[in-house]
Structures are given as C-alpha cells and as structure tokens.
Design a protein around this ligand. Structure first.
Ligand SMILES: [Zn+2]
Ligand SMILES: [Zn+2]
Length: 341
C-alpha cells in the first residue's frame, strides 16, 4: 500500500512526530490533495497543545494548505476536478441549515464549524483529505509557498479590512508589523486607503514604508491616538497585536464612526472609555477569518495587486524546527512547510 509522510501529534502537548501512514481515499463530498505547501500559523498551538475543546488525537495540524486535487470522492460538485490547485484554510465546513448559516453568518454556525487541522487532519503532510466546501481555487502562476500563508494570515487581514467600513482615501492604521501586520499594510495600501503603520520603535519605519505605508507611528515614542488625530482620524484601525491595553491606545485616534477591528487574540482585556465610543459613535469589532470564497478572493486580489507574504521556508521533515521558529516570534514573518515535488 502506498504511504505518505505526516507530522502527527499523538497527545496534547506534542511532540511533532514524522509518521508514515497509508495514503487515504477521499470519502463522499471530499477530495484528496497532494500538498505542495502549508503555512505554520500561531493557531496551530490549539492542535499541538490540545487546547481546542473536544479535539481528538492523533491529529495532523495545518490550516494554510495549498495542494493539487489528485482524487475525488463521490458527489463532489463538478466545479472541482483532478489537477486543479486549491487552498484550504481554517474554516472548512459549516452546516448551511442552522439559523446563523441561513443568514450567511457561517462563522456562528450552531452545528459547529469544522476547522482544518482540528476537526480533521490538516496540511503538515504529503497528502490530505479535504471537504469540497473548504476549497478555494488558486490563481494561475502563483507559487504554492507564496499562497499558503494567505489562506489564514492573508485572508484574515484582507477580509477584516474590506469589511471595516473604510473607503478609498480614508486613513486606515495597521497596528503591529508581524505575520499579520506586514500583510495588512500591503492590503490596506492596495485597497486605496491612506495607510498608517503603528509599531514600537523607530527601526520598523523603513519596512513599513516599503510595504506601502504612507505614515509610520512609533508607539513607544508617541501617543498613537494623538498622531492618528493629527492625520485626520482613522476610519479603521486593524489591531494585529496581542496586547489588549495597547489596542485601546488607538481608540482616541478613530474618526467619527471609526472602528477598531480586532484580529489579534490578546488574553488581556481592552479597556474602553465609554465616552470615547459615544462621542463619535466609534466601535470596537472582532473579526473572524472567513469562508472558502473569501480565501479565493484573497488569493485573487493578492495576485492582481502583488501582495506577497515574507516567508521562511522549511521542508516537511523539519516541521518541528519550523514550528519552534514560529513560536519564537522571531520569524520574518511567516513560516511555511514546502513538500517534495
Ligand atoms: Zn491561522
Ligand atoms: Zn450552521
């Protein structure tokens, strides 16, 4: 029986083990992908540490997957065919019949969404099985290692920005220049926003400008709210950092009806003065990543406008080292596994 390599977690806390397994056949409604690349996202700790409620082991992590369809299960819609290159992100399946799904609020599915690499095995492998509902077509000519991080980090920043209410020409600030922020700056600039980048220290100013920011705000030396107000007030601030009280430091710099879009999973609260919300009708909004059509549109927009993730690339067999590199926070900026051709 032909076998494949997977990086498996056998129990909560790991370790990441390289394991040979038989290549599975796709059940009804699913496809098999020959994986070309898979990004390592910080949310993979939910799989490795087993902190996602109800997760079962063994499990293969990975929800930034790019692969080629190499087998179809029964009843896969005809738009999907063998040979297509597709992406699979975090949000793989929702029921489609509960009340939130009937309102197109798929992220709130009452039946429970299926998350790639948590509800079923993900992309740290030579092959994976994916529900057809998870598939996003990738644009022609976009290398798999470039596309992979866009399936989660790219999708989340792109989708939050295009749903922020900001219009071309508006001031939009990206708070944090890391895995999410370096993509957020590129998307905001290419969407036609007057883009400001906020980070600690003067040393990131050059990179921020290179990525497309028109303004750089050093949050260690200045008050971001004051600086944003001087620039006319932000229609939206995209908070990619993981510090709730630092996020709050921008609220006073929002324009009337401006929104603080929260995508950084901070553990500490965001202290919000009610008057700052009331005067100016400002708001603080969380943003969930998106479904497969959002991922497909993220990839297409990235190809069209030249948005590119800065990646450190490792072969699959060095997944443990790659994962630790992601955890260190020192990677510039996303870590991606590339499978053998
Ligand atoms: Zn992710
Ligand atoms: Zn549902």
């Amino acid at each position: 029986m032909p076998s494949m390599r997977t990086i498996q977690i056998s129990r909560p806390g790991g370790p990441l083990e390289l394991v040979e397994r038989p290549i599975p056949d796709p059940p009804a409604g699913h496809v098999r992908l020959k994986v070309r690349a898979c990004g390592i996202c910080h949310s993979d700790v939910l799989t490795v540490d087993g902190t996602w409620p109800g997760i079962q082991f063994p499990r293969v992590p990975g929800h930034e997957v790019i692969g080629v369809i190499d087998a179809l299960g029964k009843d896969v819609p005809p738009r999907w065919t063998v040979g297509q290159q597709v992406g699979v992100g975090w949000h793989a399946w929702h029921c489609g019949y509960c009340n939130p799904c009937r309102r197109n609020d798929y992220f709130a599915c009452h039946t429970g969404i299926k998350v790639t690499g948590i509800a079923f095995d993900g992309g740290y492998a030579d092959f994976m099985i994916a529900p057809a509902t998870a598939l996003a077509l990738t644009p022609a000519g976009m290398p798999a290692v470039d596309s992979a991080p866009l399936m989660c980090a790219g999708l989340t920043t792109f989708n939050a920005l295009r749903n922020s209410g900001a219009k071309p020409g508006d001031l939009v600030a990206i708070f944090g220049i890391g895995g999410l922020g370096h993509l957020g700056i590129q998307y905001a600039a290419r969407m036609g926003f007057r883009t400001a980048a906020i980070a600690r220290g003067a040393d990131k100013a050059a990179l921020a400008k290179q990525l497309g920011a028109a303004h750089y705000i050093d949050s260690a030396a200045t008050d971001p709210a004051v600086e944003l107000t001087k620039l006319g007030g932000a229609a939206a601030v995209l908070a990619t950092i993981t510090n709730g009280s630092a996020m709050a430091s921008t609220i006073g710099g929002l324009a009337p009806r401006g929104r603080l879009m929260v995508i950084g999973a901070a553990n500490d609260p965001i202290p919000v003065p009610p008057l700052a919300l009331i005067m100016g009708e400002r708001s603080v909004t969380g943003w969930y990543s998106g479904a497969s059509i959002d991922a497909e549109e993220t990839l297409a927009f990235s190809k069209q406008t030249g948005v590119k993730s800065m990646n450190e690339v490792y072969p699959l067999e060095r997944a443990k080292e790659a994962y630790e590199r992601m955890l260190s926070g020192d990677a510039r900026f996303r870590v991606v596994l590339k499978m053998a051709d």
